[in-house]
Ligand binder design. Structure first.
Ligand SMILES: [Fe+2]
Length: 124
């Protein structure tokens, strides 16, 4: 029996048929490499190009943060549910961090599962 984490696709771990889905399903994180402690900044997460039909679409995007030095991780930052046809998988969120860490973006496609991307963010 697999652990849930083993079910999340990443570009490094995708194999077989999933390799052809890497490009269209791995979230792309647009975020600064370095930010000032406590100062709000914008990040954007996009998926695709990907179909956006009732039968096949990106249903949600979730953001988590692994904060260095914190006893338990990750911190859940946001869940954005997406309605097929009406909403595109492109979201902007404002964050405010006080410690360096790793931002994780997950997205769920109803046909092709959960896909992960990550980006280090350094606090200066
Ligand atoms: Fe898909």
């Amino acid at each position: 029996m697999k652990e849930f984490g083993d079910l999340i696709y990443t570009p490094e771990r995708a194999s077989g048929e999933a390799v052809s889905k890497i490009e269209s399903h791995t979230p792309r994180i647009e975020a600064p490499d370095k930010v000032k402690a406590g100062e709000a900044f914008e990040i954007k997460v996009l998926v695709g190009p990907h179909p956006n039909r009732v039968e096949h679409s990106i249903r949600w995007i979730e953001l988590y943060f692994y904060e260095e030095g914190r006893g338990f991780n990750p911190i859940h930052l946001a869940t954005i549910r997406l309605e097929p046809v009406y909403t595109e998988p492109e979201v902007t969120v404002k964050l405010r961090l006080s410690k360096s860490g790793v931002l994780y973006a997950l997205e769920y496609c109803n046909l092709h599962g959960v896909w992960e991307a990550r980006k280090e963010i350094e606090i200066i």
